[in-house]
Design a protein around this ligand. Sequence first.
Ligand code: KG4
Ligand code: ZN
Length: 332
Amino acid sequence: MLVLGVETSCDDTAAAVLQDGQTILANVVSSQDQVHGPYGGVVPELASRQHILSILPIVDGALKNAKVTLKDLDGIAVTYGPGLVGSLLVGLSLVKGMSFRSGIPFVGVNHLEAHLLAIHLEHAVPFPYIALLASGGHTLLYCVRNVGDYLHLGGTRDDAAGEAFDKIAKIMGLGYPGGRVIDNLAKSGNRTAINFPRARFRKDSYEFSFSGIKTAVWHYLKSRGKERWEHEIADVAASFQEAVVDMLISPTIKAARASAVPRIVLSGGVAANSRLREKIKERADAEAIEVFFPAPKFCTDNGAMIALAGHHLLKRGRRDDYRLNADADLTL
Ligand code: KG4
Ligand code: ZN
């Protein structure tokens, strides 16, 4: 089965062609970092306009790289939520048009489900597994019992982890998106230099909170003054990152332990973080829990994970029609 996956939920225009849910024939992404960089965050109106410019070359590029044509496809998968409604509509409208013209069926994919399944693009991870989904828009914890069977365990009370990285990077003038920049800067910093607070919750809860750390870093920078913190910027980055990483790891390990599921899967843009990957592996190894990470290109938004989620839906007989609308607040 040959499936085209199209993703335009936020600020990446992406398309991929997946064969039999296993072989990635093409995976093309156009990032809008340059567009949103000057603003330190995604500007929704600019994002949808940029998707309109990029979507046709990206989809054509994916088909060309895969050496297939539209009529070779068995189905088209497209993200229909959650995300920015103007961005979602670009991908969804294009796919509806392609499906109408060619008669090839299409299915709407939940972006969160696609992130949770992305690991299977590279690793045959058995079910069930505990999945931490940490991105610019979401911080969620699930027990993935099977394809289509997701038990929500917890999530963030306020900001998403990636949002915290992006906002701190913006305050420190490091550019957008902040996660990768802070990750790199932190490598030359001392992660124990500043003891930023970690949010704490009831023992039996799997919650996250990143608004406190954001405020703590802001106060710290203000009290030190730019002259001084500019010299210790790598230490601030490393200490901030360590606090975020600790707050992501604790509930995740706790969930694996409590549900006796000895497998953790990371997903979402923040799962590309090198310190998170290193530290969760150390913690999990100590408890005989296996950890799996997608390659960074499959952690951030991509068309391959949409094609994979779509492959499973199509295989189960799902078909959507032209009434399917974008759903900015779609849940799982
Ligand atoms: O999954 P994604 O591409 O888009 C959303 O669905 O949000 O995630 C983007 C987020 C951004 O907030 C970005 O700063 C963060 O992932 N990110 C990282 C790293 N690479 C990307 N955060 C921490 N460390 C990284 N290496
Ligand atoms: Zn995402």
